[in-house]
Design a protein around this ligand. Structure first.
Ligand code: SF4
Length: 80
């Protein structure tokens, strides 16, 4: 085994380690979000109003968000 082979295998090892760490991190946050949603159920613990919440545009379906959407729709119909 020469220096080139050692460098290549070290680079491959580091790349694999970085990939593993990245996927582990994604998996951790994914599982954490699922657990959080299961715990919260239909409750929203955010103090924000829905319109200023980042979840609203991504289709949050909690009752508070649905209520905000229907109020927005009613407001649009009333004001043209
Ligand atoms: S959009 Fe959803 S998560 Fe955001 S404040 Fe409204 S109900 Fe809560």
């Amino acid at each position: 085994m020469d220096h080139k082979d050692i460098d290549t295998s070290r680079r491959n090892f580091l790349a694999s380690s970085v990939r593993l760490a990245a996927f582990s991190g994604l998996g951790y946050f994914g599982v954490k979000e699922v657990i959080k949603k299961q715990k919260l159920g239909d409750e929203c613990l955010k103090l924000d109003i829905c319109i200023s919440c980042i979840e609203f545009d991504s289709g949050c379906s909690l009752p508070k968000a649905e209520g905000t959407r229907s109020r927005e729709e009613n407001s649009k119909h009333k004001h043209g």
